[in-house]
Design a protein around this ligand. Structure first.
Ligand code: GDP
Ligand code: MN
Length: 388
């Protein structure tokens, strides 16, 4: 689950990580009030959307008075911001973060994330802060320094000192950085984060490190342990169909193509998407109904696929392992009777009780085509969408 910058900074403060003073505002008046209460001479107004690259896109404004904070806020709210991370359609700004501006001596990059190859968190730091870290990683990967955290012994001070020296700091600043890192790693573990990124981490004129920007992504599987954090979810930032799917425990991700997919098992869903692409078309979604899909889940999945206008035809690809093919076929037939299915459907079934399953589908009187294998299924569905 992604958080907004203002939410991440509130959590940072709880873990005693220095951040600029500020608060979130939903209107110009509110922003004005917040600015007046800040102990500042310069202010920053920052669009709150789930995407980075706001600075370059005009989503971060530096101003000199509370009145200007109000104007900047009114300009931003309601605007669609297009950054390199939003896609061409952009994201609508509904709120801004109003902060006291910081005096910047140096901008750095700092991140903690899970290294899935080594099964442990990794700290990444670079003196190339404030810019796109993906570019740095591509152009000059030697400028990103890494320290892996052994889950048994935790973060050690010498690792912080090592990073500090590599970044070019003296012992005193390296010790400050180490203290900062210690808190950040504690937070990372404490909230079950999968990623936290501070870009830029700023060294102020007063030689203090503060998190000027804050990105925090929580591991969905850890949310059950943090009901207070689960409440921070902002569904206005998410795709409405994905929100609907998550209510029904369906693993659904909307994509740009026109072939709707309903598959059981994430691996098979990936393979199905590959087959569609190989046959020359694009999937409209990833949808894993799970190993034990009930008739009700199939029905919900149908409803979500049918409410996507881009879906021209649906490919159902099921392997009957835990779930028997006849049970699934019955579920599909029931669901198709309840949901108005007005687009062609190809079904490929394999596994336990497959013959019974095919029979149920063939005798249902519904307009399904049953395919013979994955290759046949993907070729059939692609030829259907190509014929429109
Ligand atoms: P992003 O572009 O979405 O990553 O937004 P950031 O929060 O990283 O802000 C982008 C840039 O705005 C930063 O790299 C800074 O250069 C600048 N900026 C943000 N806040 C301040 C501030 O308080 N003072 C100054 N001088 N610049 C700031
Ligand atoms: Mn940033």
């Amino acid at each position: 689950m992604k958080l907004h910058e203002y939410q991440a900074k509130e959590i940072f403060r709880k873990w005693e990580i220095p951040t600029p003073e500020g608060a979130v505002a939903f209107s110009g008046i509110e922003a004005l009030q917040i600015a007046k209460n800040l102990n500042a001479t310069k202010y920053v107004v920052k669009a709150q959307i789930h995407a980075g690259g706001r600075g370059k896109a005009g989503g971060v404004k530096l101003v000199d008075s509370p009145e200007e904070v109000r104007t900047a806020t009114e300009e931003l709210i309601g605007k669609r911001l297009v950054t390199h991370q939003t896609g061409p359609e952009g994201k609508e700004v509904l709120k801004v973060l109003v902060e006291a501006a910081s005096s910047i001596k140096q901008e750095l990059y700092l991140g903690v994330l899970v290294d899935r190859n080594l099964n442990r968190p990794v700290i990444m730091a670079s003196a190339e802060g404030g810019m796109e870290i993906e570019e740095v990683a591509k152009q000059s990967p030697e400028k990103i320094f890494k320290e892996w955290i052994d889950p048994l012994v935790g973060f050690r001070s010498f690792q912080g000192m090592k990073l500090g020296f590599k970044l070019g700091f003296d012992a005193k600043l390296s010790r400050k950085l180490t203290a900062f890192l210690g808190k950040l790693v504690k937070l990372f573990e404490g909230v079950d984060a999968s990623l936290t990124e501070i870009n830029p981490l700023v060294l102020t004129e007063e030689d203090e490190f503060i998190a000027l920007d804050a990105k925090l992504t929580l591991d969905d599987n850890g949310l059950a342990r943090h009901p207070d954090l689960a409440e921070l979810r902002d569904i206005t930032e998410e795709d409405p169909l994905e929100v609907e799917a998550s209510k029904h425990n369906l693993n659904y991700i909307k994509l740009d193509g026109n072939i709707g997919c309903m598959v059981n098992g994430a691996g098979l869903a990936m393979a199905t998407m590959d087959m569609i692409k190989l046959s020359g078309a694009e999937p409209a979604n990833f949808l894993d109904v799970g190993g034990g899909a009930s008739a009700e889940m199939v029905e919900n999945a149908f409803r979500i696929l049918m409410s996507d206008k881009n879906v021209k035809a649906v490919l159902i690809n099921i392997f009957g392992g835990i779930l028997r093919c006849d049970t699934l076929a019955t579920g599909v037939v029931e669901a198709a009777k309840k949901v108005h299915v007005d687009r062609p459907i190809i079904i490929r079934l394999e596994g336990t009780n497959v013959e019974e399953g095919r029979k149920i589908l063939n005798e249902s009187g519904l307009d399904f085509q049953v395919a013979d294998g994955m290759k046949d299924a993907s070729e059939k569905i692609v030829s259907i969408v190509k014929s429109f």
